[in-house]
Structure formats: C-alpha cells, structure tokens
Design a protein around this ligand. Structure first.
Ligand SMILES: Nc1nc2c([nH]c(=O)n2[C@H]2C[C@H](O)[C@@H](COP(=O)(O)OP(=O)(O)OP(=O)(O)O)O2)c(=O)[nH]1
Length: 130
C-alpha cells in the first residue's frame, strides 16, 4: 500500500485573481501549485494551512471556505489534499521557498504548468467562479 500524504493548499484570492506558485526544488521543481504543505501529526487542516502560508510566503491568511478535496495517486505516494479559498489579511507577501508566483485571472488559469493533482482543483475553481 502506498504512503498517504495529507496536504492542505490555499487558493488565495485577491482582486478576482488567484495565486499560483512555482516549486523551486525537489521532485516537482518547475511545477505550479497552490501554496501549502503537509499536515503535521495532531494538527487540524486549517491550522496547518495558516502555518504553511506563514512559512512559505510570510503571509497571514483568513480561510473563507472549503473548495474541494483531491485524491491523487502519484507513482510513489497517494496524495490527499484539502483545498481552501482564502484571502490575505494584509498586503504583505514574500516568496521564501518558491521560484516564482503569478496572480492568475480566471481566463489565465490554464497558462501555467500545474502539478498533476491540481488539474481537478483548477476545474473545481472554475466551476465555483462561474
Ligand atoms: N502545497 C501543495 N502541494 C501539492 C499541490 N499539488 C500537489 O500535488 N502537491 C504535492 C506536492 C508534494 O508532494 C506535497 C506537498 O508537500 P510539500 O513538500 O509542499 O509539503 P511541506 O512544505 O510540508 O514539505 P517538506 O517540509 O516535506 O519539504 O503535495 C499543491 O497544489 N500545493
């Protein structure tokens, strides 16, 4: 049985655009994702998301709603990812771990090379926006 990796991801919305970040290292380097990361043992998903966004972007977020849960089988692990719509508590944001970031309007969501599991997140997002 594959290892299950529990992840939380933030779809940060500002002025009608969402933040996509490019992974700067590791197996998925160069792939685009929603910022976030692994839930630690004993942590609730919302707390994990707030912690991860602080670590990666030095940003404070408020979580607005749950968007979708994604189950995706990668070669070496099974990803279980909870995705939340969020907004920044203030304007501060700094890329501490990622290679690059883009604010994407709804008609620009297909312009970056998303990680495989994120295709269905983007689909759910488009359905929510419409
Ligand atoms: N954050 C994030 N991870 C994603 C997305 N899509 C996707 O397949 N993943 C995968 C990539 C990674 O295997 C895993 C997230 O792990 P991570 O490496 O970001 O977590 P972390 O910050 O806790 O990492 P680390 O301390 O182990 O380096 O989920 C996404 O949209 N956002």
């Amino acid at each position: 049985m594959k290892k299950v990796v529990d992840v939380v991801a933030a779809i940060i919305v500002r002025d009608g655009k969402v933040l996509a970040t490019e992974r700067g290292y590791g197996e998925f380097k160069g792939g685009w994702e929603f910022p976030g990361g692994k839930i630690e043992q004993g942590e609730c998903p919302e707390a994990a998301l707030i912690r991860e966004i602080k670590e990666e972007l030095d940003a404070d977020i408020s979580i607005d709603s749950h968007l979708v849960d994604v189950e995706y089988d990668y070669e070496t692990f099974h990803l279980s990812m909870r995705c939340y719509i969020c907004h920044l508590a203030n304007d501060h944001l700094q890329l501490l771990e990622h290679e690059a970031a883009k604010w994407l309007a709804s008609d620009e969501l297909e312009t970056v090379d998303w990680l495989p599991a994120d295709i269905s997140v983007v689909d759910a997002l488009k359905a929510r926006i419409q």
